[in-house]
Design a protein around this ligand. Sequence first.
Ligand code: SAM
Length: 245
Amino acid sequence: MRLPRFFVSPDVLATDVVRLSGDVAHQIHHVLRLHAGERVMLLDDAGSEYETELLTVTREQVMGRIVERRTVTTEPRAQITLYPALLKADKFEWVLQKGTELGIAAFHPMVTERCVTDDVSAKKLARWRGIVREAAEQCGRGRAPTIAEPMDFMLAVRLLDKHALSLIPHEQAQTHTLRERLQTHTGAHIANLFIGPEGGFTDIEVDVAHRHRVKAVTLGKRILRAETASLVAATIILHEWGELG
Ligand code: SAM
């Protein structure tokens, strides 16, 4: 049976006998009701997992002993950074959760001209980081994707590495499909993926992206909702690069 997985701070894993606290201890004791002798998998968020036998599980403390350390093999080699425009809360959180399951390496939320919201409090950012951490634990990843502070679209495209493959799916980009762009790409499997908000990108935004070597692509003849477009585009890239299916 698959062991429950938890990201913990690396200093917890510095010795073979570990003390677990906070939310991890709460999950083990109150939620999963695990007992001494049962095992969990602790993750250092740097690509290693530590199979750990529980020694004591009480309201006061959860202690365990690391029995084996392994390298996690589920992380995609492809590095996709998703730049999603901010969406209504539930849709945006869905993108974070499902994008994590698919294998997105990093999220860079963007504020674009047509975003209906640009309000991201520290509390919301912390909630988003909790969502991706939980999704990464649940799907067996060894790293939780990072989430950057929201950034203005115009700044985000200016800061891109000009040698990376940067793509902007856009409904009016009829000349190249995403697959075609991937098939002619010979460089490393690293991609920056820009997805617009509910109202799409403005022509000026697409033009600025073009001037910063972000390539416009179509995802097909039907217009997808923003949250669908993020996941479809990420899926196509991961499949084309041999990371899915
Ligand atoms: N406002 C647009 C309209 O008038 O039809 C729709 C925007 S769509 C809901 C949100 C984002 O998803 C777009 O900015 C684009 O990045 C992406 N998208 C959706 N469907 C797409 C398609 N068929 N091809 C390329 N990009 C697409």
